[in-house]
Design a protein around this ligand. Structure first.
Ligand code: DAH
Length: 330
């Protein structure tokens, strides 16, 4: 066995001499010094050696081990290790780190809320899963009204005797704000709303609205129009204009559609942005606010409308596909 060990040392060392590059050297290391390598095998075979010969054999084995390991270290210094990557060229221009950016809708929302914040509106929120009371009844949308049709809503089952649904409008937050605090009240609310629309370039089953509500003594239509005009000037610039067209919403009386003249790809154009009006007395009564003492206005604008026109985005679906090539443009 001792002779075999001597032979092993000779073979191992001669194989090492033949390892001429880092890859060959590494293969040799694994074969001989690795966890399942031949040297480990020899250490295990020590048990087979008769007891009285074992000390001498063990001593020799240790010498072989150091010789082989020593030779490997020397060989590695001679051959060198594999380079870790491409050579470093200090004269090359650096690569700039990629910085993320906010989604164009998030940015639009933040900017809009910022403007209303400066006009004294505080931010209110409400749940996206709503009940019939907040989405319809308190907003003066009676049972049997077509807006409650199952085909126009995502109903989600009942709770406490009220059907629940994904809210179809942020007007729900008006009700929640008036239930939570007494007037005077000046809030805005932004968020997602849901309608079972077939997806196309201008329709998506989820989109965003910004809602405004101001309840105080002697609030009039003039306050409504001047608030919208101030917003338009602050957000789109001093040339912006506001136009109101008579309309109907159950929760406002009188009601109007809001158009704003805004820059669309460099040209000032009228764009229909949403609805507004004076809060209907029936809505105030639903939340136990005395309509003889308090009056108010409300408005609701489409965030995607604003962003798409302002940035020339031709398809609402692009906003929600998360294609980085699209998102990185803004
Ligand atoms: N909730 C309406 C919609 O989704 C928009 C709206 C109209 C909101 C008039 C209002 C309002 O607050 O006064 O179509």
């Amino acid at each position: 066995m001792l002779a075999e060990l001597e032979a092993y040392q000779a073979t191992a060392l001669s194989a090492l001499g033949g390892a001429a590059d880092p890859a060959a050297l590494e293969a040799w290391r694994i074969a001989h010094l690795g966890t399942n390598g031949t040297l480990k095998g020899w250490l295990q075979r020590l048990k087979e050696v008769p007891k009285d010969e074992r000390p001498a054999f063990g001593k020799r084995l240790n010498e072989v081990k150091s010789a082989v390991e020593g030779a490997f270290a020397a060989r590695r210094d001679a051959v060198g290790t594999a380079p870790k990557g491409p050579p470093l060229d200090l004269t090359e221009p650096g690569t700039a780190p990629t910085v993320g950016c906010r989604h164009i809708l998030t940015r639009t929302i933040d900017e809009i809320v910022d403007v209303f914040g400066r006009m004294g509106f505080s931010v209110a929120t409400g749940p996206e899963i709503e009940d019939e009371w907040h989405n319809f009844t308190a907003l003066n949308i009676p049972s049997g009204h077509p807006a409650r049709e199952p085909t126009d809503n995502f109903y989600m089952g009942e709770q406490g005797g009220l059907r629940r649904l994904l809210r179809t409008q942020t007007s729900t937050v008006q009700i929640r704000a008036m239930e939570a605090s007494r007037p005077p009240l000046k809030i805005c609310a932004v968020g997602r709303v849901y309608r079972p629309d077939t997806h196309d370039a201008t329709h998506f089953s989820m989109f965003h609205q910004i809602e405004g509500l101001y309840i105080d003594r002697d609030v009039s239509m003039v306050d409504l129009k001047s608030t919208l005009l101030q917003f338009a000037h602050a957000y789109f610039g001093p040339e912006a204009e506001v136009r109101m067209r008579p309309s109907f919403f159950p929760f406002t009386e009188p009601s109007a559609e809001v158009d704003m003249k805004m820059p669309v790809k460099g040209q000032w154009k009228w764009v229909e942005l949403g609805g507004c009006g004076m809060v209907d007395p029936a809505v105030l009564e639903a939340v136990k606010i005395d309509p003889e003492e308090w009056t108010g206005f409300a408005f609701g604008l489409g965030v995607e409308r604003i962003a798409m026109r302002k940035y020339g985005i031709g398809d609402i679906r692009w906003l929600f596909e998360n294609d980085l090539r699209f998102l990185r443009q803004f």
